[in-house]
Design a protein around this ligand. Structure first.
Ligand SMILES: Cc1cc2nc3c(=O)[nH]c(=O)nc-3n(C[C@H](O)[C@H](O)[C@H](O)COP(=O)(O)O)c2cc1C
Length: 186
C-alpha cells in the first residue's frame, strides 16, 4: 500500500475476527515498529508479545477505568474487550533513562508514539488492525508480565484481522484549524 494511502485509511480497530495472525506478518509489524526514529537513536522501546488467551483475558481485565481514570473524566475503555478478542497483544514498553529528558519533556513517550504509528500503519498495510490502548493498571500489568519497575509500560496494541470492514476516514480537524503559516494566528 502506498504510504499516504495507508495514513489516510488507517483506523483504530476494536473488534477482531477469530483468526490467527501469521508469524511473518507479526514479525513484519514488529520490524516496522523497531525501525521508528528515537531520541538520539537510543532506541529505548521494547515490546512484549502476548499470545496466551488466559493472559490476554487478564490484560483485558486490567484495562478497566479505575478510580484514577474515572476522576479524570474517563467513563470506559472502548478497547477493553479487544485485548481479549484479538489473537495477540503487543505491550509497548520503554526504558525512560535511555531517552531524552530535557525542559520537562520525557521523550521516551514520543519514542513509543513513533514506534506505535509504524506498528499501526504496518498492520494496516498487511490487512491487519490495531489500536493504541493507554488505559490499564500499570502496576498489576507489570506484575502479570514480570516487567521490572524501571520499565514504563506505555501502550497496549491488540493485533489481528478486523471483524468489520473499515468505515472510511475518522473525522479530523481541517488543515485551516491545525496549520498556521509564519506565525501563530490572532
Ligand atoms: C496516546 C493514545 C492513547 C489512546 N488510548 C486509547 C484507549 O485507552 N482506548 C481506546 O479505545 N482508544 C485509545 N486510543 C485510540 C484513539 O481513541 C483513536 O486513535 C482516535 O479516536 C482516532 O481514531 P482513529 O485511530 O480511528 O483515527 C488512543 C490513542 C492514542 C494516540
Amino acid at each position: 500500500m502506498e504510504t499516504l494511502q495507508a495514513i489516510k485509511t488507517r483506523q483504530s480497530v476494536r473488534r477482531y475476527a477469530d483468526r490467527e495472525v501469521e508469524e511473518e506478518k507479526l514479525l513484519a509489524v514488529l520490524d516496522a515498529a523497531r525501525r521508528a526514529p528515537s531520541w538520539a537513536n537510543l532506541q529505548c522501546v521494547r515490546f512484549v508479545v502476548v499470545r496466551d488467551a488466559a493472559v490476554r483475558r487478564r490484560i483485558s481485565e486490567l484495562s478497566y477505568v479505575d478510580s484514577f481514570f474515572a476522576a479524570r473524566g474517563y467513563k470506559n475503555n472502548p478497547s477493553q474487550l479487544a485485548l481479549a478478542e484479538a489473537p495477540l497483544v503487543i505491550v509497548a514498553c520503554a526504558l525512560p533513562n535511555q531517552s531524552g529528558d530535557i525542559r520537562g519533556q520525557h521523550y521516551y513517550m514520543t519514542d513509543v508514539g513513533l514506534a506505535a504509528q509504524n506498528l499501526m500503519l504496518a498492520a494496516h498495510d498487511l490487512g491487519l488492525g490495531s489500536v493504541f490502548v493507554s488505559i490499564f493498571d500499570e502496576k498489576a500489568l507489570a506484575d502479570l508480565l514480570s516487567i521490572p519497575a524501571y520499565i514504563s509500560i506505555v501502550g497496549l496494541f491488540p493485533l489481528g484481522y478486523p471483524l468489520h470492514t473499515n468505515s472510511g476516514e475518522t473525522p479530523r480537524k481541517t488543515v485551516e484549524e491545525t496549520v498556521f503559516f509564519d506565525r501563530w494566528p490572532g
